[in-house]
Design a protein around this ligand. Structure first.
Ligand SMILES: Nc1ncnc2c1ncn2[C@@H]1O[C@H](COP(=O)(O)OP(=O)(O)OP(=O)(O)O)[C@@H](O)[C@H]1O
Ligand SMILES: [Mg+2]
Length: 257
């Protein structure tokens, strides 16, 4: 594909008079991982929720390259089309797995539900695919009938990842996907994510305040401060040779801690 999968132009989101994010323009290319970094309150989640259609924008355009070749603004899709995108072509991995899982239905059903949403009806096949995906996120097959409430934080997060990836989406949004996990558990989830993203050739927009996560997963980085982009570039370049004083401060503060 020679065009971006997602194209954001002059995006702004206000909360009353307060600016959540503004003057945001960037493209995401197929198979590319873009990290959005910045301090708490810099507008990362606001931006992510706008571009994933979960939050209304105040102005600007957000266009998505559909599988059928159309490249519409999300605002011009019907509600049904938008919902279908969210269930199929897109994934959203929340920081808190409880926000992205149904905690009181089985692990297998959490994964199978997304398959049924795209029309799979054969119970045996759905169960087989669910078992295969639990394996891919390193959850033992004999836990398929257990509910996520009985899982550890790391397992819940891996289940949320399986639930998102089972429909073979092309674009995944993630908000601090390892932010709620113990440091020891984070590494394993990150490693798993990195493998899956590269195996499946996924495009990802990941929000994180953790520059090590950005370094590990992303090729390109967007640095935000008070709702605006202050620097963008290849992740290695931004981290090794930050141009903007704010990025220099961010990088320096990590090195010191
Ligand atoms: N619903 C809301 N109503 C009013 N202001 C909001 C709302 N949501 C966010 N804001 C404000 O917008 C700014 C950006 O918030 P946002 O949640 O996008 O930041 P963030 O970069 O994701 O921060 P964090 O790293 O803490 O998650 C903050 O100043 C926040 O207080
Ligand atoms: Mg946030």
């Amino acid at each position: 594909m020679t065009s971006p999968i997602l194209s954001v132009s002059n995006l702004e989101r206000r909360y009353g008079d307060f600016i959540g994010c503004t003057d945001i323009s960037f493209d995401v290319w197929p198979g590319e991982v873009v990290a959005i970094v910045g301090e708490s309150g810099s507008g990362k989640t606001t931006l992510l929720n706008c571009i994933s259609g979960r939050l209304d924008r105040s102005s600007g355009s957000i266009r998505y390259n559909m599988r059928d070749g159309r490249f519409p603004d999300l605002a011009d899709l019907s509600e049904a089309e938008r919902r279908f995108l969210m269930r199929t072509d897109w994934g959203f991995v929340h920081q808190n797995p409880a926000d992205g899982l149904r905690m009181r239905v089985s692990a297998g059903a959490n994964v199978g539900e997304r398959l049924m949403a795209i029309g799979d009806r054969h119970y045996g096949e759905i169960r087989n695919t669910a078992t295969e995906w639990l394996g891919r996120v390193e959850i033992a097959g004999d836990r398929i009938d257990d509910k996520p409430v009985a899982f550890s934080g790391g397992m819940r997060q891996r289940l949320q990842i399986a639930r998102n990836l089972v429909t073979r989406p092309r674009l995944i949004f993630m908000d601090e996907p390892t932010g709620g996990l113990d440091v020891s558990v984070q590494a394993r989830v990150l490693d798993l994510l990195r493998g899956l993203v590269s195996d499946l050739g996924l495009a990802v927009v990941i929000v994180t305040h953790d520059l090590a996560v950005a370094r590990l997963l992303s090729q390109r980085m967007i640095v935000m401060k008070t709702g605006r982009i202050v620097e963008t570039g290849l992740t290695d370049r931004v981290l090794d040779d930050p141009h903007h004083p704010y990025t220099q401060l961010l990088v320096a503060s990590i090195l010191e801690s």
